[in-house]
Every structure is written in C-alpha cells, then in structure tokens.
Design a protein around this ligand. Sequence first.
Ligand code: AMP
Length: 514
Amino acid sequence: MNLFAALRQAFPADLDTCAIEPADGPDTTHVYTWRDLDHASARIANLLDSLALPPASRIAVQVEKSVEALLLYLAVLRAGHVFLPLNTAYQAAEIEYFIGNAEPAVVVCSGKHFTWISRLAFKAGTTHVFTLNDDRTGTLLDRAAFHADQHTPATKSADDLAAILYTSGTTGRSKGAMLTHGNLLSNAQTLKDYWGWRNVKEGGDVLIHALPIFHVHGLFVASHGALLNGSKMLWFSKFDPKAVLARLPEATVFMGVPTLYVRLLGEAGLTQAACRHMRLFISGSAPLLIETFNDWRTRTGHTILERYGMSETVMLTSNPYRAEDGERRGGTVGFPLPGVGLRVRGDQGQALPAGEVGGIEVKGPNVFAGYWRMPEKTREEFTADGWFKTGDVGKIDADGYVTIVGRSKDLIITGGYNVYPAEVEGFLNELPGVQESAVIGVPHPDFGEGVLAVVVPRAGARIDGAALIAALKNRIAGFKVPKQVFVVSELPRNTMGKVQKNLLREQHKGHFNA
Ligand code: AMP
C-alpha cells in the first residue's frame, strides 16, 4: 500500500481540527488543519504529475525545515516518486556528489541557493528545479497553487521505493539507503502500538516536533508517529530549549537526540509541573549518557525511553513503554521491536552467548532494500543468510536488553549528526601542505562527541590549524569540520600500518573537558 494512503486513512474524522501548529518561525498564526495537509499535498502531487516524470523519479530536496517541506514529502509519496532529503548544512562538494549520484528528475532548494544548485542540477540532467523557502514562498508553491486539491495516490506495493537517505560512507563516499513503502509503513505501525500512541477518542497525543526533517528520526519516527495516529504536532523549525519548555505543558510526547535533553536540563524551568501532561520522552540517534538519564528522572519524574535505529533500518530496538513489559534501563537500548530479528556475532560470524560483545546483525520488514546503485556494497553488508550487518558493536544481556558499546565503522556522532572520519580526512588531505590526517571523536559535554583532527604536514610545509579549519568550512557541513587541528610529525601506526586511532582518542580525550 502507498504509505501516504495509509497515513491519510489515519487522519481524524473531523478534518477541520488542528494537525500542525507552528510554534516558531515567520508566522505562528497560520495553523494547518488535516484538510490543509490533504489539499496542499494534493496540489503538489498534481504538479509533480503534470511534469510527466518517469515513474519512481528521485525528488531531491534541500530546504530549511517548514511545514511545507513536510507537505512536499507527503506529495512525493502520494505521486509515487522517491523522496531524497538532504541535510541543510551540506555545501557544494556534497550536493554535487548527491545530485550526480542520484540523478534526481526534480530538485527543490531554498531561493537563496537557486543559482548554484540549479547550475549543478541541470548539468547532471535534472529537468526541473523549484524553490521553497521557510515563509511559504517559492516557485514550488506558486506553481502548485494552479493545481487541483484532490489527488488519488499512486498505486504502490510494499517493495516500491519511497525514499533514499544518504548515509556517509567509511570510504568517504556516501551511500544512498533505499527505503520502501513497506519498510516505512511496517515500522510506523509497530511503533504506534509499542509506544502506545493515543488516538483522538483516547484523548489524543500532542507531539513536540523539534528535530530536522532530513533525517530518519525527525522525518520518519516523529512525523509518521503523529500522522499515523491523527495526533497534533507542535512544530519547531529549530530547537531552542526555552521555546520548547514554554510549550511543554501542552504536549504529551517529545522526541530528541541526547544533546536536546542535555540542553533542556540546563534550563531552570524544566520541572515536574512543566511536564505535567507528558506521557513519553524518547531519545535516540546517539548514546544517551546514564547521567542524563538519571538527572532527567530526578528533575521531571519521567524515565526517558531510549531506542536504537539507523537510516538503513528505521527503528530496531526500544526500551519498553508499558511497565508490564519491563523497566526502562539506562545505558541500554531495550529489546528488539516486535518483528525485528537482532543477533550478535563474533569476528568469524559465530553466535555469541548472552553478555558477549560482537557485531550487531538485524533482519525484518523494516530493513532497507540496499544501497542505491551499489550492488557490491549492498552484498558486503548482508550475511549469506540475509542479515544486515549494522556496523554497530554491542551485546544482549541475559534479560534480553541490548547495549551498544561502539561502532565498528568508526562513526563519530556529534550533536546527533553522523561524521565519518574518512570523509573529512579526504577533504583535509586535499588541502595544500597536508601530508595525511586522522579525524577522531572525543567526549564533548554538549555534543556527545566533538570532532578533532591530527594532521601531518608535507616535508618543508608549514601549516596552520585555524587556516585548515577555515578552508574546510567552505567545503563541507559545519558539524563535520574539526573544532581543533593538532599538527604532529607522524601518526601512531600498528604493525599492519593502520593508524591507531584509539591512541589518539586516548591522548585527546580530555580536550573538551567532558
Ligand atoms: P543514522 O543512520 O544517522 O540514524 O545513524 C545510525 C547510527 O546511530 C547507528 O548505527 C548507531 O551507531 C547510532 N545510534 C542510533 N541510536 C543510538 C542509541 N540509542 N545509542 C547508541 N547509538 C545509537
């Protein structure tokens, strides 16, 4: 079934009630009813239909967060095309790669980036470039306004592609995780039940949506959660702890990356009274420190529910929601969700007993269809018996709780965003005077991990760390740029010639005083 059609069926009977209320941004008086969501997404879907694109065309979107950007996502599903969201922090080098790799038929970007993005897109064969700004302006909406507000969703089967999410690759090249209508819908239905979402008759839930919508957490877990339950969203275009706290008394569900919880704990206004209507706080995308988990319970009386997932699989595990299913254990990511298989394997692929650490492998209707145009890479990441190797290292204890202990793929997670060292090293090594580099993540009190680089200069060259940082800022997203560069004469290596990043991490672990 078309994922949009399933979400549409879940809209409440009274279409004139509020679906999304913007809580910040240019116009907080403009609320969106369920009818608005239906009509506006129909108009954009009709616009896409009028372009006579090949079936399952990629629609690449790099825009600031807005309700209209979410409507565009719904319209792409509705018209049967493939949504390809891009992080708003991505710069020219990254956008050029994504557009060249995905070959989108349509690109939607902010008006202020139209000149350079359209040049890249048309060169790569894109036929249409529209603009969409966060204040309801841009050519996408101008053109959609001429189209009808009724639209029959395209017929889709569970195996048809719905979205491609690019994850950075350890080789420095991003891979496009292909997610199907079946992957996304089955996961949303599982979470609806597991997290006890309340429908309108049961009093309804109100979700605070303060996450970006170019990532699995905000786009799928949060938005699908609310839409599939006909629940209202309080919509924040960016996370501001004071602004979120001010609206918390109206909400029942909050989803955040650990950094957001740390920021909220820094506010004196975070009290039990502020959380009096809250039903559920959910954390994921990066490890939640046990201190944060405990402090949150002391301050608010609520126990954060930590869950684990990734772009390739949507959600995999969750701590229990209902007390009868068990307690929520800090430091763990809970149990595999119903329908998800999760096992831990040793280096040789052997089964490991409870409590032993190994590679986490998963299976289920939520597991993606493979990496876009990378059949080799896809094959490498699946075992012979069809399990996906997540690249995460962890264990399952005797009670069945899963704990993530590290990442075999060397991923750094800073403020909930993924940074693959190999990619940043590739850009650093291209800069004048740089012989080689090692990029590492070390504990950071605010971001979880902070990015650092250790760089070796070419013979006779003099390099300045601040200048390297400035040069990188023009090329790649700010969250990937090292906060500090250390210049050394050589990198520590093992006998196999591999850089010993563990030694570098140890040496610099106190840099941010976390
Ligand atoms: P992404 O594809 O951007 O969602 O990143 C997925 C990665 O984030 C996973 O492979 C894990 O390494 C990490 N991750 C997600 N949730 C958690 C969690 N609750 N605890 C620890 N790591 C997590």
